[in-house]
Design a protein around this ligand. Structure first.
Ligand code: ADP
Ligand code: MG
Length: 256
């Protein structure tokens, strides 16, 4: 959480892959192959957003980033060490984060939509340990198990996240309504302007519009910085919303 003596972010300047590409997954992913061939993932901004179609490698990259930053790859902070499966992040062994010297975040959290349930269970388990400091008040005071998925995410970013943290979020919109996405945009903007650093993977045109966000798109060619108006989710959603009926008709007539 915010501590006045902790320098403001961004804390991580870039991510690079050390060593040559190995055989097999994840080096079969074009974006990972590009990094192995020397591309650098520029993260030197308060907010960096990764977008790209399903399977383009966003989760693979953000998981490796989280692991390289010392966060629990299944979700949670540096203090969470639970594991429910053999987490496969072979990329983390190769990924090197280049940090700003003298700037260490005071806090960190990796939010994965699909495994936040396990984070909630871990909070309850840790809070049941006698004489341990209670975690729940830092998450808004209500167990995430007693909130909707989306409400628990908003509790997390509202109460638990601070202005001196490094936060990695994988598709946080998965649980959120449009209004919820707008609330997340507002909170991320507020924290980033005050000194926090965010790296998000998202399909949400709303989250891509976080003011000042630098967008990298992952596709079959690798990864490249892209303007908001050219990002795939924005282009596709605009075309759809301009004429939903016609869009669906075309989709159906194009279907094999
Ligand atoms: N543990 C794994 N072993 C082998 N292939 C995987 C594994 N996890 C993901 N993949 C594959 O890697 C590719 C990228 O996956 P992922 O990073 O989850 O994509 P995204 O998050 O962009 O949808 C996909 O083709 C997926 O099937
Ligand atoms: Mg993913």
């Amino acid at each position: 959480m915010a501590r006045t003596r902790t320098p403001r972010g961004p804390y991580v300047r870039e991510a690079r892959l050390d060593g040559p590409a190995a055989e097999g997954w994840p080096f079969t992913i074009p974006a990972v192959r590009a990094l192995a061939d020397g591309a650098v993932l520029d993260l030197d901004h308060p907010v960096t957003v990764l977008c790209g179609d399903n399977g383009s490698g966003k989760s693979t990259v953000v998981e490796a980033l989280a692991a390289a930053a010392g966060l629990n790859v299944e979700g949670g902070s540096t203090n969470f060490r639970f594991s429910t499966r053999e987490a496969e992040t072979p990329l983390a062994d190769h990924l090197r984060l280049v940090r700003h010297p003298g700037r260490r975040p005071a806090d960190g959290f990796f939010l994965r939509a699909e495994s936040y349930f396990n984070v909630a269970s871990e909070i309850e388990r840790l809070d049941a340990v006698p004489n341990s400091p209670r975690l729940l008040p830092r998450y808004g005071g209500v167990s995430p198990h007693e909130r909707s998925h989306g409400e628990s995410f908003l509790d997390l970013v509202t109460h638990r996240f601070g202005t001196r943290g490094l936060y990695v979020l994988d598709e946080p919109e998965a649980a959120l309504s449009v209004t919820g996405c707008l609330a997340l945009l507002a909170r991320v903007t507020e924290l980033a302007e005050a000194g926090a650093q965010f790296v998000l993977a998202t399909h949400s045109p709303i989250l891509l519009a976080i003011p000042g966000a630098v967008i990298h798109q992952l596709d079959e060619h690798g990864l490249s910085r892209i303007a908001y108006d050219d990002a795939l989710p924005v282009v596709t959603m605009r075309a759809f919303l301009a004429a939903p009926g016609r869009f669906v008709e075309r989709l159906r007539s194009d279907a094999p």
